[in-house]
Each structure stands twice: as structure tokens, then as C-alpha cells.
Design a protein around this ligand. Structure first.
Ligand SMILES: C[S@@+](CC[C@H](N)C(=O)[O-])C[C@H]1O[C@@H](n2cnc3c(N)ncnc32)[C@H](O)[C@@H]1O
Length: 222
């Protein structure tokens, strides 16, 4: 299948520019979802922290191309500018009104109707320890693109605490997310183990002073 990559024409000020971590996700998705039937039985996909919308747009393009799938894509971000930017990119890809947007701090503004509905969730979270970036860039306010909390993993942990409420309990449902050796991975792994989540490392990439890691997590629903 000839698949057109998402066109990301708009990267508004303060919105995260697609980077190595974004492409770690995207390249993997291209491999497992294009020309494959892996989206069969999928109804709802969530791109948490959508930024320019690139990942949500990738899925919307794929669904448009394949036609046979009846899947709703949701994209969410804490930044209103990111939501607006993602909408502009969605239109640039001729996908008007394909994606549903939720302006929200993690799941805070999600409607109850979305509980227990997502088959796939994706999060490329901010993952640097707060202190590192405040020092480096002399920031006065929190940078939501990079600041993952005091040890870099707190926001991701919070996401993983609430995600089970919104993931459906189909055994194939899963969460794809990025971690980095810049965050406290020991604490994150302890949390994952304690909650009984099943985590699998899919890919790793070394860039400058860190490894970025693509993970797939499943939640054993009883
Ligand atoms: C590393 S960027 C990833 C952007 C995009 N998904 C990508 O891969 O290019 C992290 C994104 O998460 C968003 N974000 C940060 N904190 C958030 C929160 N509490 N709730 C929702 N989104 C958040 C940021 O605004 C940013 O768009």
C-alpha cells in the first residue's frame, strides 16, 4: 500500500516539534499497522499529549486509506495551542473532522462516556526531571513538552494510574508509550510491577546522552 506520511505544516510556538521519540513511535506503527490487519476489532484510539497531532493524523490517514475500519481517533493535550495546531494539521491532510479533540490535563476533562472504551492509547510524555530543564533554560513557568516532574517520571506515572479506567478490558488492549534513561526508570518500573502491569520493551534508540525506549503495556483485567 502506498501510504502518505502525515504532513505537519504547522508547528505553532510552544508546540512540540516532532522529534526522535515521535518517530520511534511512528516508525513502529508504520511497520505493524500498514499492510496488516492489526487494527481489526479496534474501535477507539487515544493520542494523549498530541502536540502537532502527528500520531493521531497518522492513524486517521491509515483509516481513511483502508476504509473498512470503523475507528474513532481521539487526540488530547493540556495545551490549547497544541489542540489548535493539531486541527490545522488535520485539515492540511484533508482529514477535516476525522479526529475528536479533548483539551485536558491528562484525563481530568474526559467525559464519563469514554471510560472503558479505548483499545489503544499512545503517550509520548514529557520526561525530563523538572530541575534539569528549569536550570538549563532559566524557565519561569513549567514547560509541558519536557517537564515530567521532579524525577522525570511522575506525569507518566499519573497517566498510568488513570489509564486503566479508560482502557477497555479486551485482552488485546494496550498502551504504547515512550520512556527515557533521563527519567527515574527504577521508580517507574517498581510502580509498574506493583500494579501488576505487563510491560514489554519494543525498541530502544540511543541519542546524545540518553536512550529513548518504546514500551507496550497491558493491564491484566480480572
Ligand atoms: C513530548 S511531547 C509529544 C508530542 C507529540 N505526541 C509527539 O510525539 O510529537 C509531550 C506532549 O504532552 C503534552 N502534555 C504535557 N503534560 C500534559 C498533561 N498533563 N496532559 C495532557 N497533555 C500533556 C504536551 O503539551 C506535549 O504536547
Amino acid at each position: 500500500m502506498n501510504f502518505q506520511d502525515p504532513i505537519i505544516k504547522y508547528i505553532t510556538k510552544d508546540v512540540y516539534s516532532p522529534s526522535e521519540d515521535t518517530y520511534l513511535l511512528l516508525d513502529y506503527f508504520k511497520e505493524i499497522f500498514i499492510n496488516k490487519t492489526a487494527l481489526e476489532n479496534v474501535k477507539n484510539i487515544l493520542d494523549m499529549g498530541t502536540g502537532t497531532g502527528i500520531i493521531a493524523i497518522f492513524f486517521a490517514l491509515l483509516i481513511k486509506e483502508k476504509q473498512k475500519f470503523n475507528i474513532q481517533i481521539f487526540a488530547s493535550d493540556i495545551l490549547k495551542v497544541a489542540i489548535d495546531c493539531a486541527k490545522m494539521n488535520e485539515n492540511e491532510n484533508n482529514l477535516e473532522n476525522s479526529i475528536k479533540y479533548i483539551h485536558s490535563d491528562l484525563f481530568n476533562s474526559f467525559p464519563n462516556s469514554l471510560k472503558n472504551t479505548f483499545d489503544i492509547m499512545i503517550f509520548n510524555p514529557p520526561y525530563l526531571p523538572s530541575f534539569d530543564i528549569k536550570e538549563k533554560y532559566s524557565l519561569s513557568k513549567k514547560d509541558t513538552n519536557w517537564d515530567g516532574g521532579p524525577k522525570g517520571y511522575e506525569l507518566l506515572k499519573k497517566f498510568l494510574q488513570f489509564a486503566p479506567i479508560y482502557l477497555n478490558n479486551n485482552p488485546n488492549s494496550c498502551i504504547y508509550y515512550i520512556t527515557s534513561t533521563r527519567m527515574d526508570l527504577d521508580l517507574l518500573n517498581k510502580f509498574i510491577k506493583k500494579r501488576g502491569f505487563k510491560n514489554k520493551i519494543l525498541r530502544k534508540k540511543h541519542i546524545f546522552f540518553e536512550d529513548i525506549i518504546l514500551n507496550k503495556l497491558k493491564i491484566p483485567f480480572i
